[in-house]
Design a protein around this ligand. Sequence first.
Ligand SMILES: [Mn+2]
Length: 373
Amino acid sequence: MHPRLLHLLLPLAVTARDVVFPPVSGVQSPFVTSGDDAIAEFPEPNAYAGLTTFANSPFVKCLADGEVEKFDIAFLGAPFDTGVTARPGARFGPTGIRQGSRRISAGEAWSVYTGKNQYLDWAKLVDCGDAPLTFLDNTAALRQLDKAHKVISGRRTNSSTYTTPRIITLGGDHTTTLSALRSTHERWGQVSVIHFDSHIDTWDPKVLGGGISHYAGVNHGTFLHIAHEEGLISNSSIHAGIRAPLVRPKGDLRNDVRCGFEIVRARDIDRIGTSGVIEKIKDRVDGQRVYISVDIDVLDPAFAPGTGTAEVGGWSTRELLTILDGLNGLEVIGADVVEVAPIYDNRGETTVLAAAEVVNSLVTLMVDRPVKT
Ligand SMILES: [Mn+2]
């Protein structure tokens, strides 16, 4: 190149870094009105800044000694997956669900369906982080989780009317629901369980895992049987989305009824639709306080591949969300989303996005219907 030409081009290369938009309709109007000051300040809120909590909620050290910041509804991670009969990985579920919720933040959570924003309502929502659980001893870990629930549900609420905080647990394998039910029983008495899952999870410990040791009998397929034995749940509970095969031809279902459950199978939705499923659930738990447990494997693996015991032929994310939102009006005293194993998820984060949205629906149910102790 001729040196003189290079001399001409150099200033161009430097100034090309400043992007100047061409005038629109002959009028030049700047995009940033307040100049560099607007960039120099850090605008609030930013969903992608800071450390990850569920839906960018404030983090509170709920298990610390003494008084802590008050709250009404707490998110609590339960990183536990040593009670599984299939693929492990749900100990990373709490982290995965929080990651899936990054897009959700209080200022931008107005529902296009209801016009409401559950994050800017009466309830103060906080993320308590994860319960510190040992990963080497199931019995000890579950005792630690029992205690975490007890401490958090024993805190003072921000509201003066509704005095017991409620907890949404981010699992963890399904065994973790047992700790939540023990805690809710202590605070609220017996509850009906609305159990979304492809598996019944009322297996007798002698049939599933047990017989070897008491320890092995407490797992993610027996916890509802144990909850029944411990008298934590009432005889008006219901499963929804069931499709996994049974271990015994008749014994499993007989035991399931004995544990207080009725069943909505996955394919029932083809006949009765989402509104039919909602009606069945509401009829079943009529007049009772409920605990809602969502095993993410209730969804078809097409919608939630990131789980330990995937079963094909399940519901879509939209169907599940419609059903959950249709349960509005129920007194929900606790809830969880479990069995999220991010290691089997895909690059589009399909499973953790679905799990976060399920938690979002659970928050809405709890905020819409405050419960007095
Ligand atoms: Mn399951």
